[in-house]
Design a protein around this ligand. Structure first.
Ligand SMILES: NC(=O)c1ccc[n+]([C@@H]2O[C@H](COP(=O)([O-])OP(=O)(O)OC[C@H]3O[C@@H](n4cnc5c(N)ncnc54)[C@H](OP(=O)(O)O)[C@@H]3O)[C@@H](O)[C@H]2O)c1
Length: 263
């Protein structure tokens, strides 16, 4: 693998740094992690990563630069490193809402840039990451990005026009799904289970439901039908949920997030 600089070793930059080393794609010694505060880099040095508070020095001689600072910090950081990065270095930005056109403008026209959108499950290696290549990104650049983000979950190459929908479903969707988990947990507590037991039971159940769809490739209704005995307890519960507007609430929530992204 190639030399990588990760500008902004926070939650997302850190998850990527750890994920790609754990997957064996690259050694920690081939990655330089930067932050503005030296003290917060000590953890990275102790794990064998190179560290720096100097972004320009960090990107010199690297093949891939991953920008993982906050969206509002991205323009300043890209303009800062643009001259110091190798001409052929590929920039990968994780900044939410920062377009490919903005990346090309700030990093330099004609240079390879890639916009990616991971989600918080990157921390546990279960991200859903959408990847969009800029006009100068080669097939090799995109393949490398896909390999890197496959180390922290599933990674798909998409078009930029699909990004708002994927952001709503996959990034906001994590929080939406967690609200289902929390609500189901609270019912478990009302039934007399401990909070911890409820959390484990509901989370494993949701994981199992998701695996049924991912592994069987079936429609959710097919799997629902297998659980619903005629006149049984499951269909009674499902119909109660629908009378209270469950599907409508989920669709309204998703569309609310989507409409806010595209407006
Ligand atoms: N968290 C997620 O699940 C998630 C999901 C999708 C996309 N994203 C995107 O990922 C990016 C980072 O989010 P995050 O949640 O990881 O934020 P975060 O934990 O705050 O990480 C940002 C890091 O950037 C560092 N930083 C800020 N300015 C810097 C500079 N000039 N040079 C070097 N490092 C600098 C900060 O460290 P110092 O303060 O020490 O400099 C901090 O560690 C955002 O653009 C966000 O939209 C995040």
């Amino acid at each position: 693998m190639k030399k990588i600089a990760i500008i902004g070793g926070g939650n997302m930059g850190g998850a990527i740094a750890k994920g790609i080393v754990k997957a064996g794609l690259v050694k920690a010694s081939e990655i330089t992690v930067t932050r503005r505060h030296a003290a917060s880099l000590e953890e990275w040095s102790s794990l064998g990563y190179n560290t720096s508070t100097d972004n320009k020095k960090a990107v010199a001689g690297t093949d891939i630069v991953i920008a993982a600072v906050k969206p509002y910090q991205t323009e300043g950081v890209l303009k800062e490193i643009s001259g110091a990065a190798e001409k052929g270095a590929c920039l990968i930005s994780v900044a939410t809402g920062v377009s490919v056109a903005q990346l090309e403008d700030w990093f330099g026209a004609g240079r390879p840039v890639i916009r990616v959108m991971p989600n918080t499950a990157a921390e546990v290696g279960e991200s859903l990451t959408a990847i969009v290549g800029g006009s100068s990104a080669t097939a090799e650049n995109i393949k490398e990005a896909q390999d890197l983000f496959s180390a922290i979950g599933k990674a798909y190459v998409v078009t930029e026009s699909q990004m708002p929908a994927i952001t709503a479903l996959a990034s906001c969707g994590i929080a939406h799904a967690l609200r289902y988990i929390r609500a189901a947990m609270e019912s478990g507590i009302e039934m007399g289970l401990t909070s911890k037991m409820s959390a484990e039971i509901v989370s494993q159940t949701v994981k199992g439901a998701a695996e049924l769809i991912l592994k069987n490739g079936s429609h959710p209704e097919v799997e629902i039908d297998k659980v619903c005995t005629p006149a049984g307890v499951t269909i009674t519960g499902i119909n109660e949920m629908e009378h209270a507007g469950f599907s409508s609430a989920v669709m309204k929530g998703m569309m609310g997030s989507y409409n806010k992204i595209v407006k």
